[in-house]
Design a protein around this ligand. Sequence first.
Ligand SMILES: [Zn+2]
Length: 240
Amino acid sequence: MASTKHFVILEVKNIAGTVYFDSDFNQLIRSQDGREEAFADPITQINRQEQLLKSWLTDNKYPPIPITSLVVFSNPTTLIRTSQRNKGIYNRVIHRNYLPTKLFQLEEKFQLDCLTEKELNKVKRQLKRHHLLADHPILDQFDINENDIRKGVHCPHCEYLPIRRGYGYWECLECSYKSKDAHISSLKEGVYLFIHPPQSETTFLIETDPSPNPLMYTYLKHSYRHGELLLIFFLSHKQG
Ligand SMILES: [Zn+2]
């Protein structure tokens, strides 16, 4: 999140159970159902991101601007723990519900404009381009297993998934909405989620069941040019 006054980096974690920040070994230990599991330390992660953003801004000749980085736990039932002497993390690790309050506090704290609106827009544009080509998988970043992602094309109207492919259009069985290009946003999401680093061209299969024609598969193909996503879409018949 960026304003002319300060930047905020949010590292969102979707980890259920009890999490313990172990400052001795720089790891995050999750306990759930009597099992313990170690994760990469989010504090180390946000420190690194903050450092990278700082050098990136300097390299691109932007004036210095305050950067705050936060670890946000998106699951409201996550219990966060750490040792007494690791108090430094208290104001850097928060639950999602507390995020609006935290952002408001930061707005109060940083009143000075460091960038002009023009510079800010330029940063956003550049970062967006940069982000598209990020070389670490977004699923790892959010600790999400690939098998937990529901695949297919979602309904642009009610978000139902998967919608089915009719003859020349997509049809939602939930709300009856019809669309010619519902696959575009699903394809973009698929590329962000599954393809790292972005390949110059990849074809992947989107499940379209229930399909009016059981022999029909939907293939979606994309290609990159100068960091821009180009979309090509076609239907194909099952081989054999
Ligand atoms: Zn729908």
